[in-house]
Design a protein around this ligand. Structure first.
Ligand SMILES: Nc1ncnc2c1ncn2[C@@H]1O[C@H](COP(=O)(O)OP(=O)(O)OP(=O)(O)O)[C@@H](O)[C@H]1O
Ligand SMILES: [Mg+2]
Length: 403
């Protein structure tokens, strides 16, 4: 079994890496020490005993930086489930280039065995989760009881979480009707019901207590149906109901829903409440939403740091800059530099979004061609293959229904 591949000219680095992997990790290391470097991703994997098993590629000392970045770029496109590590001195410009090439971590050439072991663990875990996410997106749920749980979060209020979550959920429902549920975890001031124009009979509070907690069929009957084929579990009407729901309730609820639906999209309140942390703990994907202003970006940077400290490291992470207008003085490159991570999606400031909020109809309910819809569809493609989005019939208020 060959789960690790290393390209290097440095025997001492290979020795440390072998020590780091042995005993703690399953699998062997395949190295090209002493033989010609493979020049492309296809050529590299073709030389492995079993290419399907490759989890981590280490571009070690001796590989010229440009070649390493080129190879990482090819892996990002052709073998996105493989975690690529780069060995180099991490100057800010190198880290930025590495990040853009999809490199998972930058390793100092003189990293010790313990440090390398931590990095290998992280990279292996990341590869496993990416494989799982890929198989869920392709609809291959055989052997996996759980759907994909997508938590939409932001440190600041009004960043566009509900806009992003409701559009993503409607888009996913079009791709997989009756297989997507949107949960409003903004328990005090949630507005998913308003974003979708639904009048729910039941809320999250009802779902976490009583029979729905014990019986998934009852829980399903508490969901509200939307004409697009989406189900929603809305926030309670009264803000003080927040005290009746614990983090443990949220964990249990998300487990139940993920056992029944391919996609569970979770809208959250601003910041890192007990409920949001419970959702992040269960999530396969984190969608971070930020405005394109200095306080929002700083807030997101802090949030990423806190999550890292809590070991809630976003493995499948999507960074969305919303309400973005580059005329306001910040560029995407400025934001990426401040965050030290790549921005994945940029949703422009748009009147169409404001209108859709006021009308209670997410943009992706219809085939629209405006720039904000395009950006939202690009985000959707990160989760589901493209499908024709059909216009929903009528949009009057409707009651919740059973699955
Ligand atoms: N790209 C955009 N262009 C213009 N307006 C936008 C955009 N994204 C969101 N908005 C508007 O900003 C307001 C807040 O958006 P939204 O409710 O999605 O944010 P939120 O993060 O869920 O807020 P809260 O933290 O209060 O839950 C809404 O009126 C929405 O229409
Ligand atoms: Mg909201």
């Amino acid at each position: 079994m060959s789960r690790y591949a290393i390209v290097t000219t440095a025997p001492d680095f290979l020795q440390r890496l072998t020590e780091a992997a042995s005993g703690v990790l399953e699998g062997e290391i395949h190295s090209w020490l002493g033989s010609a470097f493979p020049t492309g991703a296809q050529e590299l994997v073709a030389q492995l005993p079993d290419p399907r098993l490759l989890d981590v590629l280490i571009l070690g000392p001796g590989v010229p930086l440009d070649d390493a970045l080129q190879l990482a770029d090819e892996f990002e496109v052709q073998f996105p489930e493989v975690s690529v590590l780069l060995t180099t001195t991490p100057t800010p410009s190198v880290v930025l280039s590495a990040m853009r090439a999809g490199i998972r971590d930058v390793v100092e050439p003189d990293a010790d065995v313990a440090g390398l072991s931590v990095l290998l663990h992280r990279a292996t875990r990341s590869a496993a989760i990416r494989r799982r996410s890929a198989s869920l997106s392709s609809g291959d749920t055989a052997g996996s009881a759980n759907g994909r749980v997508i938590a939409v979060v932001s440190p600041k209020g009004g960043a566009g979480k509900t806009t992003v979550a409701s559009n993503l959920a409607v888009g996913l429902a079009a791709a997989a009707p009756h297989a997507t549920v949107l949960v409003d975890l903004d328990l005090q001031f949630g507005d998913v019901a308003s974003a979708l124009t639904i009048a729910p009979d039941h809320s999250v509070t009802d779902a976490v207590h009583g029979p729905a907690r014990r019986d998934t069929m009852v829980l399903k009957s508490f969901l509200s149906a939307h004409p697009t084929g989406l189900f929603a579990l809305c926030a309670p009407d009264l803000p003080d109901a927040v005290d009746q729901v614990t983090g443990e309730d949220v964990s249990h609820l998300l487990d139940q829903l993920a056992s029944q639906y391919r996609y569970v999209v979770v809208d959250t309140s601003p910041g890192l409440s007990e409920h949001t942390l419970a959702a992040l703990d269960k999530a396969t994907d984190y969608v971070f939403v930020s405005g394109m202003d200095v306080p929002s970006v700083r807030g997101l940077r802090k949030e990423l740091d806190v999550l890292r400290e809590l070991a809630l490291i976003p493995i499948t992470r999507h960074i969305v800059l919303n309400n973005a207008d580059q005329r306001d003085g910040l560029t995407i490159a400025d934001v990426e530099k401040a965050l030290n991570v790549k921005v994945d999606i940029v949703i422009p400031s748009s009147r169409a979004v404001r209108l859709s909020t006021n009308q209670g109809a997410p943009l992706l309910e219809n085939k629209r061609r405006d720039p904000a819809s395009k950006a939202l569809r690009k985000l959707l493609l990160r989760f589901a293959p493209p499908v024709a989005v059909t216009k929903s019939k009528g949009h009057g208020r409707h009651r919740g229904g059973k699955k």
